[in-house]
Design a protein around this ligand. Sequence first.
Ligand code: FAQ
Length: 317
Amino acid sequence: MNSSLNELEQAFQAKIDAEQKIEPKDWMPAKYRQNLVRQVSQHGHSEVIGMQPEGNWITRAPSLRRKAVLLAKVQDEAGHGLYLYSATETLGTPRADLIEALQTGKAKYASIFNYPTQTWGDIGAIGWLVDGAAICNQVSLQRTSYGPYARSMIRICKEESFHQRQGYQIMVELAKGTPEQKQMAQDSLNRFYWPALMMFGPHDSKSAHSAQSMKWKIKRETNDDLRQKFIDQTVPQIEFLGLEHPDKELVWNEERGHYDSGEIDWEEFNSVINGNGHCNRQRISHHVAAHEEGLWVREAQHAYNVKMKARRASTAA
Ligand code: FAQ
């Protein structure tokens, strides 16, 4: 390796080891940049595509209050997507390229959003379990080494914790309601529990990016460690609801101080992340249609920017 490149890389790693943030104009290895663009943009895509399953229930929410709350939550997810796209753009990749990668299947988004929302209970389960899993992950990402990503996580986590509470509140109401409502809550828990565990990604031994991402402190905790945290925190929440745990192999392990759990269906996980889940095609075609319909807004914004730039240039002259 070229010695000056070697020195730059060593200085970069030393900065990371000293817990200093990497900022957009700092030197960084090409692979660090590439890995961040991959993870942060996929995170942004997850927030944006994640609006669809919940958006499906805005017109059918059971009360005006629930409708307003859900509408606000879905808007928050759009905002999260925008912070994350902005963070990715600071690494030099234009937004249009990110969108193209999403729409052509080159970039992934969280597998969970390819499951349909069939009942109102699913909206409770998403807020509780999906936002809950997202928070577990994102709290640790507040300490990620790339400054713009870390800062976006701080704000996003604050909003996600409201989301998680609104979801759990829906579940509490259903679980304490009529037998039919309680059954609806149980059914949603059964369908969303395992896909929520899949959000943490493959086991550490099978994770392609973890080792390097941990060294660069892009990721601060491994997939399995974060998943374990989520499994442990969810047990008392299920007990409080008076629902049955979907994992029949779950057992407390005194020695480890954690719950041991059953195995995820990795075949299902791989099938969903490779485009063959229930809703993959629908999610992308909906995104493409919305993007095309919004073209006039982007064109109007561009025309306005050009006009303002020309006006500023003429007043400066
Ligand atoms: N789904 O080597 P690893 C939310 C892919 S936000 C789809 O372990 P890595 C808010 C992975 O990308 C939820 N793909 O990868 C909300 C890679 O593929 P690639 C999103 C997955 O990056 C709530 C390959 O498998 N959160 O929910 C999944 O080190 C409610 C190999 O895996 C984030 O994105 C999966 N579950 O670890 C919104 C957090 N798992 O790129 C609306 C930030 C793995 O080589 C409503 N991201 N893959 O083609 C991360 O922490 C990491 O990227 C992981 C994966 C942990 C997701």
